[in-house]
Design a binder for this molecule. Structure first.
Ligand code: PBG
Length: 336
């Protein structure tokens, strides 16, 4: 109370509804805003040509082959979306226990990066760093005695990072949750002459059931042996997220991310309040699918819930949001 001497008047002199009475006051007193500058669109890639394949568990999202990619991504560029995040679906025959296809300079994500850089030089490209699209066991790193081996995985991730930077990826986003990976990736990038390539760390990534539809989208659900709880965070923890973020910042992260989004708004708020650094949320596949399913049933109104859910991230302190709703949200924001 003492801290806010001017905002604690009492009724009837004070009526908070006055500022809500008209659109123009509501606009003036709004504490947060959402614009297309806040949006990052995750895009799923697929081998072959001429295909846009619907993802059953994510209505409205597709896997696109490279021939369709410029057209697909062009919609985001036209709407003014600053960046997209690329996720490749790797054919089963290219997967092995070491995830070696991650290091092939001609793999799908690298070919996509070269094509997109040439087509849309000003669009930010975010590349996923982790081995799960490439391993036949579906884990984010290499397995030794049935466990994901941290330090050996770091070497592969560092090489994967350089391969993607060489293909034109501007920002590498490690989603693997190995200890020490930001430091390892930063040194590898600097050594290879990519000191301007950014690192967006999935700093606080939880072992979440909300990734289910994404794993279906990439075909890693069928292959995943066990779960990811020995490297992704326990949903019970919050202080630990601050330690993860602190370490990643020390190691050179340019931006940090909390994932999933809506069930972890408290983590976003703590991260932003503690570190005051560029902070992002990933509104993950399960969050998208829940909303989309209810919208498609007519149980939720898309004209309100999509932007309301995204505004929650801004209110919690996010600079931006990775969201499968990016195109829909940008379209709605344009319409006003
Ligand atoms: C894996 C990865 C996952 C997502 C992004 N990168 C899933 C997982 O950790 O199993 C999830 C994204 C989503 O659910 O939308 N490196």
């Amino acid at each position: 109370m003492d801290h806010f001497p001017n905002s604690t008047g009492s009724f009837p002199a004070t009526r908070l509804r006055r500022n809500r009475a008209d659109e123009w006051t509501r606009r003036l007193v709004a504490e947060n805003s959402l614009s297309c500058d806040d949006l990052i669109w995750p895009v799923f890639l697929k081998e072959g040509s001429g295909t846009r394949e619907a993802i059953t568990a994510m209505p409205g999202q597709v896997r696109v082959s490279l021939s369709e990619l410029p057209d697909h991504v062009g919609r985001a560029v036209e709407l003014g979306i600053p960046a997209i995040a690329l996720f490749p679906a790797t054919p089963a025959q290219r997967k092995d226990s070491e995830g070696s296809h991650a290091l092939d300079a001609d793999n799908l994500i690298c070919r996509a990066a070269r094509l997109l850089k040439a087509t849309f030089p000003n669009l930010g490209l975010i590349g996923d760093v982790a081995l799960d699209p490439y391993t036949d066991h579906g884990h984010d790193g290499v397995l030794r005695q049935g466990r994901v081996a941290n330090d050996e995985t770091l070497q592969v991730l560092a090489a994967q990072t350089v391969v993607q930077a060489q293909a034109g990826i501007d920002t590498l986003a490690p989603s693997d949750m190995m200890d020490g990976r930001i430091g390892a990736l930063r040194s590898a990038l600097d050594l290879a002459g990519f000191s301007d390539v950014r690192l967006m760390s999935y700093a606080a990534k939880y072992a979440s059931g909300f990734y289910g539809p994404f794993r279906d989208a990439l075909g890693s659900a069928a292959t995943l042996k066990g779960d990811k709880r020995t490297y992704q965070m326990d949903p019970a923890n919050s202080d630990e997220a601050l330690r993860e973020v602190a370490l990643d910042l020390q190691e050179g992260a340019d931006m940090v991310m909390v994932k999933p989004g809506m069930p972890y708004l408290d983590i976003i708020q703590r991260v932003k309040a503690t570190f005051a650094v560029p902070t992002f949320a990933y509104q993950v596949s399960g969050e998208y699918s829940m909303l989309k399913a209810a919208i498609n049933q007519g149980w939720l109104d898309p004209d309100t819930v999509i932007l309301e859910a995204l505004m929650a991230f801004k209110r919690a302190g996010c600079n931006g949001i990775l969201t499968y709703f990016a195109l829909e949200a940008a379209t709605r924001l344009k319409r006003g």
